[in-house]
Design a protein around this ligand. Structure first.
Ligand code: SF4
Length: 351
């Protein structure tokens, strides 16, 4: 019986020319993610889904590992089309290997033999049709790391934009200048998991901090609507000092970037740390506000974090979007993104 890697080898297309550089007669550099692998003939990249064969870089194409229609708040985007539906699809594989991944069945499908997900054939037209049938406002590449499958996402998003859908990436942010430039015309919303502010922690997860910080700056400067999430893991990334440095970095890019701090529960290979408590989220939120961030949210513990699920006007304090978990309970923000009480403009994509 064919292995998953062999099955996926059949479902490929050639890499976008913008994302490769031929650095030797038999070696191609891939720029789809921050690893920038120099891949020799016959070898795979760190992500294990992009490989060089017959002098060409082959990349994933023509399948999904799963699809689902979710509230856009689940991605989470809180400043983009609140209350709308987000049609979500993923492929397989990741360039990192986080021990606590909540999508490990798809992200670690090729590394970990216990993650068994068969690919399902798909076309961009079929996915967009399905999204429209599901009454989605947005279509989102998620579940695996979308950067490593950027060509397929762009093919889907070209169809999606022609059909009037909003497009989004839910990503670890381990990007490159080349891939951001490639995605810029096609991706509207971008969520980055900023997992830590310590390069040693990132190396444990299989990455480095600097490419992620660089990607965050570039996404903001290039006009993507950007929201950040940090999963707060007790004993891993929750020290006051690390949170202070992390949130000061975000505020240095823009105080208007929404920052979601979310609660950890044991998953996959990381079962040891205790679960995050509401008090821990509130402490992190206090640090973020002291750093200057104007939109701080606490996630994964619905109903236990006071008003940290709501969007409040930083001008007058009015609750503009009231939420419980992924459910929007009340929305007062105007269609052009203003507070109806004081007229303050709230950054985001509202209409
Ligand atoms: S996507 Fe990243 S990990 Fe995969 S081949 Fe390209 S640079 Fe390497």
């Amino acid at each position: 019986m064919a292995t998953l890697a062999e099955v996926l080898e059949e479902r490929t297309a050639e890499a976008a020319p913008e994302l490769i550089e031929r650095i030797a007669r038999d070696r191609i550099r891939c720029y789809a993610c921050g690893h920038q692998c120099p891949i020799p003939e016959g070898a795979v990249g760190v992500c294990k889904v992009r490989f060089v064969k017959d002098g060409r870089l082959h990349v994933p194409w023509g399948y999904v590992g799963g699809v689902q229609c979710d509230p856009i708040e689940k991605k989470p985007f809180f400043h983009a089309y609140p209350g709308s539906r987000a049609y979500s699809f993923g492929m397989l594989g990741c360039d990192l290997h986080c021990g606590y991944c909540q999508n490990w069945v798809t992200s670690q499908a090729i590394r970990d033999p216990s993650a068994v997900v068969p690919p399902l054939s798909a076309t961009p037209e079929g996915l967009v049709r399905d999204a429209l049938r599901s009454k989605a406002r947005a279509i989102v590449s998620t579940y695996n790391e979308p950067l490593i499958t950027s060509e397929w996402a762009v093919a889907v998003f070209k169809e999606a934009k022609a059909a009037g859908l909003v497009t989004a990436f839910v990503s670890n942010g381990n990007g490159t200048p080349e891939v951001i430039e490639y995605l810029r015309p096609w991706v509207d919303l971008y969520k980055v998991d900023l997992k830590s502010f310590d390069d040693r922690h990132y190396r444990q997860l299989g990455g480095r901090l600097e490419p992620i910080l660089d990607t965050i700056r570039r996404l903001h400067d290039n006009g993507f609507w950007l929201e950040l999430v940090t999963l707060l893991i007790p004993g891993f990334n929750d020290s006051d000092d690390e949170l202070k440095r992390l949130t000061e970095f975000v505020a240095g890019v823009s105080v208007d970037i929404p920052w979601h701090v979310t609660a950890f529960h044991g998953d996959y290979k990381m079962l040891e740390p205790q679960n995050t408590t509401p008090a821990m989220l509130l402490r992190a939120a206090t640090i973020a506000r002291a750093a200057g961030l104007r939109y701080v949210y606490a996630g994964n513990l619905p109903g236990q974090v006071g008003d940290l699920e709501d969007t409040c006007c930083p001008g007058c304090g009015e609750t503009l979007v009231s939420r419980r978990g992924y459910i929007v309970r009340e929305m007062k923000i105007t269609r052009d993104g203003k507070c109806p009480s004081c007229g303050e403009t709230i950054p985001g994509r509202w209409n």
